[in-house]
Design a binder for this molecule. Sequence first.
Ligand code: PAF
Length: 274
Amino acid sequence: MQLVSTVAELRRRLAAETAVAFVPTMGNLHEGHLDLVRIAREKGRCVVVSIFVNPLQFGANEDFGRYPRTLQADCEKLEGLADVVFAPDERELYPQPQQVTVIPPLEDDLCGAFRPGHFRGVATVVTKLLEIVRPQFAVFGKKDYQQLFVIRQVVAQLNMPVEIVGGETARAADGLALSSRNQYLSADERTKAVALRQTLVAMREVMLGDATDYDELAREAAENLTAQGWRVDYVAVRAQSDLLPPRAGERELVILAAAWLGQTRLIDNLEVCI
Ligand code: PAF
């Protein structure tokens, strides 16, 4: 496995590759990331993983400063799984003082309503990375459901020649979605954290029954979480196809939620086909 930090070096390394599968990450890799890398390995002959904590996608009061940076440990985990690790520094990826910005659809909705500018930052860095790596396949986790949707939109609208692949969410034994941010949780918060997943599973049961007022269901779920000590950003039921509120008769739905336990913001989602 080769560790590369410049765009020029990466382009030289990939020049002769015809089936590149790419997994963009911010590092601090866990089993969920490694699952995505395994999917990439099935898809392509050369697997590239990027590790870059992207300042553009963090708000002023968010955790950019304390986001865990663990490049050496990450490389050890990728040994035997990836062929190339691309770990540029900030100047390499953003050499100009004024950055061209990609503005994606739905940037002010769901998580975007609570993280202004976040999806611009994601869309911008992913567009740059896809242009630099020029993979045939790129793999993203379904845990970041809105992010996956936004990236599919950007790729389709910019006619980028890459297939976007969604990887299932990896979970701890109690059901909590794996996330680098889980390590911010105290022991007590970690015990409580499973309630987010449980809430979505309970909502799905009701939806598979005869419930049709999804807004009311989402409101009740948010109230339940609040009563258990969470600070809820949102719980919402949306259409899988466009992440808009479901139209009458819409059957392929997804429940999305974001909520805080103490200083840690957790997200999760669950697809429901009724
Ligand atoms: O999901 C992430 O880790 C990041 O948002 C991504 C896609 C690597 C862009 O920085």
